[in-house]
Design a protein around this ligand. Structure first.
Ligand code: NDP
Length: 314
């Protein structure tokens, strides 16, 4: 009878160390782009109100895991998060179930952290002004993670609902709420798009030369304008353009995969990242199963070391 370790939200919150997660994600991206992982595109079942996606991955060194994630965008009105998830970890030598972990918190943290890994590789080293568009769960995750990659002196936060921007800005001493997405973006060195918008949240003309733009949102429609993704775009995987949503990105449908560079290639030094101080770099995320497997491994190892969690005999 397998012994499965069950780890809830509070366990993950206590055990998932952002400083350890950033290099773990970078390594997962490198392994993915080197062809060392196995991770098929996300599949999903749809209801009238949302979807349930399945994201299995094998990452050598991190292990074998699957995330089941539901996305119900109207859940906030019910007092629930829009994304809720479970991650099951299996022994990669025997296939025996090892752990069942709250995937909601992991999804929250790993998405902002993965965007920060990409921005660390692509943004100008002297970037000092950060704009966060969208003050939901991902806005908060980005605020936490981007603090680790540059010494941002001015952090502007804008959200559709002004009170949400103010509440998020109150969490950080150098953050301030601004009235519009345009006000946040103009003059920013790094722009994080973290909204559930169905149409673009910024215009390319608002961006200064040399800016870096990351976009993790837009699960139900493009978050970036078409002219911004007309050139080079950095992605977790080329499948972001080759697959329809919910595996691929709305923003990249019809984009030539030759325009895409995987962030794992940049991190491994097998493809160039930013090529000049004036280049606008764009990172479009769909989320990827290797990120969840890497994060789940950190949580499981930390739980075992701390003796945390409940054991269930299947
Ligand atoms: P939340 O529901 O917590 O927040 C949604 C945010 O989007 C809020 O700031 C909300 O503004 C804003 N928003 C919603 N609709 C619009 C609109 N029409 N125009 C402008 N802003 C809008 O969601 P999350 O933060 O968890 O997720 C944000 C996005 O990121 C979603 O699309 C989600 O699917 C995606 N995501 C992507 C992941 C990835 O790996 N790439 C992983 C997890 C999430 P307000 O509340 O202020 O009105």
């Amino acid at each position: 009878m397998p012994e499965v370790l069950v780890l809830g939200h509070d366990d993950v919150a206590a055990l998932l160390d952002l400083d350890a997660l950033l290099p773990a994600l970078a390594e997962a991206f490198r392994q993915f782009s080197a062809g060392a992982t196995s991770a098929p595109p996300r599949t999903a079942a749809f209801t009238a109100d949302g979807l349930l996606g399945s994201m299995p991955a094998f990452v050598p060194g991190a292990g074998l895991a699957v995330k089941l994630v539901s996305v119900f965008p109207d859940n906030h009105a019910r007092g629930l998060p829009s994304h809720q998830a479970l991650i099951a970890v299996f022994d990669d030598a025997t296939g025996t179930p090892l752990a069942l972990i709250d995937g909601t918190r992991i999804t929250t943290v790993r998405t902002g952290a993965a965007a920060a890994v990409a921005a660390d590789a692509l943004a100008r080293p002297d970037a000092r002004v950060l704009a966060i568009l969208g003050a939901g769960v991902q806005g908060g995750s980005h605020l936490d993670a981007f603090d680790r990659i540059r010494d941002f002196a001015d952090i502007r936060i804008a959200s559709r609902t002004a009170e949400n921007a103010a509440a998020l800005a109150a969490r950080h001493p150098r953050a301030r709420a601004v009235d519009s997405f345009e006000e946040a973006v103009r003059g920013a060195d790094v722009v994080c798009c973290c909204t559930d918008a169905r149409s673009p949240v910024l215009r390319t003309s608002w961006l200064d030369p040399g800016a870096h733009v990351g976009s993790v949102g837009g699960s139900f429609g493009p978050e970036l304008p078409a002219d911004l993704v007309a050139g080079r775009v950095f992605v977790e995987w080329r499948g972001a353009a080759l697959n329809p949503p919910p595996a691929g990105a709305h923003d990249l449908q019809g984009v030539d995969p030759a325009q895409l560079t995987e962030i794992g290639e940049v991190l491994a030094g097998t493809a160039p990242g930013r090529t000049s101080d004036g280049e606008i770099t764009v990172y479009k995320s769909t989320g990827h199963a290797v990120e969840d497997a890497a994060a789940a491994r950190l949580v499981l190892d930390a739980a075992r070391a701390a003796g945390r969690g409940s054991v269930v005999h299947l």
